[in-house]
Design a protein around this ligand. Sequence first.
Ligand code: FMN
Length: 267
Amino acid sequence: MFADKEKCKRCGACAAECPYDLIVEDREGFPKLRFAAKKMCIACGHCVAVCPTGALSLPDLPVAPELTPEQCGVFGRDLRISPEQADQFLSGRRSIRSYKEKCIPESVVEELLDVAAFAPSAKNGQPAQWVVTRTPEATRRLAELTVEFMAINNVFPGVIKNWEKGFDKILHGAPHVALAHAPEDGFNPAEDCSLSAAYLELAAHSRGIGACWAGFLMEAAEGYHPIRERLGLPEGHGIYAALMLGYPKFKYKRIPRRRKVALKWLD
Ligand SMILES: Cc1cc2nc3c(=O)[nH]c(=O)nc-3n(C[C@H](O)[C@H](O)[C@H](O)COP(=O)(O)O)c2cc1C
């Protein structure tokens, strides 16, 4: 069953919000799924989530199993944040480059990744898959392989020199690094993985966990087979994001300035 006619108020929100126009009215004005939904539904769940009376359930479809209102998260009014809180939260996030020698519990990392799964993705593809180092040793090994890549390719001599002197300018001694990979022939893997990583970083920030994009590692992982091998990447997958993760050693008391945004209003 799609619409529970006892509960449905025929408000039309489900049809209006469906990204692929897969919901039409039946003779009585109740929503019904078009046959094409079997092939075209992207299982975004918007119809179920937007219904004000909880009247809709998505049936089992090839793309995803049944979704009922009860399976959806509930919007807690008490948990809403003010614009001021949101602005401070977002502008107060910093890339962290000094970490405590303390690992993040695995359950917390998994919680962060669960939040990251809510990032927008093209056609709701949610293609990002993750490799996360469990230990500082595993993290350091990836930094070491990155230095190897730099030495072979004669790039970033300063970073190599620092490494030799005991300073890790690649992963900054973070206890963990999380890498997002996805099939290269997907719809928008780079955007999807970057957005997931942005969500991961913000979810971490909300829990007092620091993060920093690991650009050097990403570049090395792209071109250096030993890193791909170490990560156990499936054939045809690219790495589209890498984030150091750990507890920050220092607290930021101020929010630095950013350039005034370049904006042109178009009429
Ligand atoms: C794609 C990308 C790659 C980055 N790579 C590195 C990196 O390899 N090392 C590093 O220390 N910071 C890296 N950063 C962090 C930026 O330097 C940082 O976001 C910028 O300086 C602004 O600081 P904020 O994030 O604290 O606002 C990277 C950021 C992005 C988005």
